[in-house]
Design a protein around this ligand. Structure first.
Ligand SMILES: NC(=O)c1ccc[n+]([C@@H]2O[C@H](COP(=O)([O-])OP(=O)(O)OC[C@H]3O[C@@H](n4cnc5c(N)ncnc54)[C@H](O)[C@@H]3O)[C@@H](O)[C@H]2O)c1
Length: 343
């Protein structure tokens, strides 16, 4: 199924990866619907897409089934990208559970009820937990270490049930850590690469939680998007799960070194206590992706990092970031609640 001249709905389309996906699908001449509650997404991420005249945006929560159901009318393809984030799940597991499991079930049901032809569920490498053996294939033993990881895994299982029952034609993507333009830097959403870049640009010392030897398979965002589209277009991929990753292992210390080199100044990080439930090792095997779509993410981290630094320099106002609470050292325990005390 070629993704061109179709009506495509993207949940979470105002988010980091979702908005790049929307841009790429508009580029392919599709009509887009974004369903997003803007809990972490931003209208500004959709500025380019809005200017195309091919985008409709609905500010809706996927937990409101009656409201979202009609939005799927006459939709050909759904990309389910909406999620609540891993660090939130440390303090407020219930909302993360609700959105990632009940919300996913709602999106699956609405897609089935409206006769959607193709459904992509965007999962996460966090379903694996810390790698014991690398690189991790798609059938790696599932040991999620957070409610986020476990709820993303539940979403995979629900998607597989809709596939096995013959209710929907589905595919599951399991991206590893993405980086690039529009990545979250602020507060609890802030990820390591943009935080390091902004701290470096501000001549401040970035924070490393733990010893910095934890690794991720960092993948440039537009490369992830290209492969989300590729596995959705390719009928052989139906019912399968795919790691979407560069297939390299990069530590947080490596990231600090690469950014130091590219900014031309030592970052000199400060080391603080480890983040609870931090996954210590992630390194994906992308050979299944290569086998099915004859391609996988290729961009070297140095090249992707330079593009990311350039974007942050051009698009983020350093005066606004300076001294901002949003770049606070520890970005997971500012929430008041303890998980056991929430309703
Ligand atoms: N960023 C990564 O490194 C990474 C890695 C692996 C997997 N993923 C997966 O990719 C997808 C996109 O992640 P992202 O990094 O772009 O996150 P993001 O937070 O930038 O985007 C998520 C979007 O979902 C929206 N959303 C949240 N709750 C919603 C709700 N109840 N109803 C409607 N919309 C809601 C948010 O407003 C946001 O726009 C997610 O499924 C995530 O699990 C991301």
């Amino acid at each position: 199924m070629k993704l061109s001249n179709l009506k495509i709905l993207v949940t979470g389309g105002a988010g980091f990866i979702g908005s790049h996906l929307v841009d790429a699908l508009i580029e392919k001449n599709n009509q887009l619907i974004v369903l997003d509650d803007f809990s972490s997404g931003k209208k500004s991420n959709l500025a380019q897409a809005s200017a195309s005249g091919k985008l409709e945006i609905f500010d809706q929560c996927i937990l409101n089934y009656q409201e979202i159901y009609p939005l799927f009318s006459e939709v050909d393809v759904v990309f389910h990208m909406a999620t609540r984030n891993v660090r939130l799940s440390l303090k407020q597991p219930t909302i993360v559970h609700d959105v990632n499991t009940t919300g996913t079930l709602n999106v699956l049901k609405a897609a089935k009820g409206n006769g959607v032809q193709k459904f992509l569920y965007c999962s996460s490498s966090e379903v694996n937990g810390t790698a014991v053996k690398v690189p991790m294939k798609e059938d790696y033993a599932y040991n999620p270490e957070t409610i986020y990881g476990a709820s993303k895994l539940t979403g995979e299982y629900y998607t597989q049930v809709f596939e096995r029952s013959g209710w929907l034609n589905t595919v599951i993507a399991r991206p590893h850590n993405n980086y690039g333009p529009r990545e979250h830097w602020e507060g609890m959403l802030g990820e390591v690469i943009p935080r390091f870049i902004l701290m470096g640009l501000l001549n401040e010392k970035p924070t490393i939680f733990g010893d910095g030897k934890q690794t991720r398979d960092f993948t440039y965002v537009t490369e992830t998007v290209r492969h989300l589209i590729a596995i959705t277009e390719n009928d052989q991929c139906r019912g399968e799960i795919f790691n979407i990753c560069k297939g390299n292992e990069v530590s947080v210390l490596d990231i600090a070194k690469i950014i130091s080199k590219q900014l031309g100044r030592e970052l000199d990080p400060v080391f603080l206590k480890s983040r609870p439930s931090d996954v210590l090792r992630l390194f994906g095997d992308n050979s299944k992706l290569k086998e099915f779509v004859s391609s996988a993410p290729e961009m070297d981290i140095e090249e992707g990092m330079q593009l990311t630094i350039d974007w942050f320099k051009e698009n983020i106002d350093l005066e606004m970031v300076k001294g901002s609470e949003k770049l606070a050292d520890i970005n997971w325990d500012k929430l008041d609640s303890e998980p056991w005390l929430e309703g």
